[in-house]
Design a protein around this ligand. Sequence first.
Ligand code: IYR
Length: 226
Amino acid sequence: MAPRLIPLSEYREYPIDEMRLRTADLLAEMRRRRSVRHFSTRPVPRDVVEDCIRIAMTAPSGANRQPWHFALVGDPEVKQRIRIAAEEEERSFYENRAPDEWLEALAPLGTDAKKPFLETAPYLIVVFAQLHGIDDDGTKVKHYYVNESVGIASGMLITALHHAGLACLTHTPAPMRFLNEILGRPPSEKPYLILVLGYPASDAQVPELSKKSFARACQIWDPEIA
Ligand code: IYR
């Protein structure tokens, strides 16, 4: 089928000075982002969170199949069920399943099996990856690059929440299949991560961490730079 093509009318180019300013501003903003584990119970406007999900939904995806589903959970009873099930998994992870090397890697973060933030935070967004789609007559639709697509959308969601002035935590209790049952999602959807979000607690603390240097993260191959 020949694609229907339309002009790229929404693209905007900026003067180079403005390009630099915009990028430097966003860099400074993103450098202020931290994963937060201590949330205030203060409510956050749901319309803002919904718009952040709409931002994630603009992500590119394999064959534009958009293989994601977002469950936005603000119901205290549902959050409590998620906390109880997640803590059960986490206890078996920290007590039995985690190899020493993994526990050592987590030590600087100070994490443990207790996940009170799953109840204190006003919202959880459970991101599901749709391994395949289901069309209107119930037939399977193939999805492509599911992990990549959902990862990109999740990154955009984290960026959007931070940009809105909300804090979040990417939380991945393993295994996460209990989320299908609690949230009534079909087996074709695999829980990908839980984004815990809200305002940080007024006394929230974060581990002292650093990001690797640009030189270690990026090698430049460009004839202009010797
Ligand atoms: N899922 C566990 C363990 C954990 C794993 C990694 I990798 C982290 O960066 C942080 C935590 C937990 O949530 O505690």
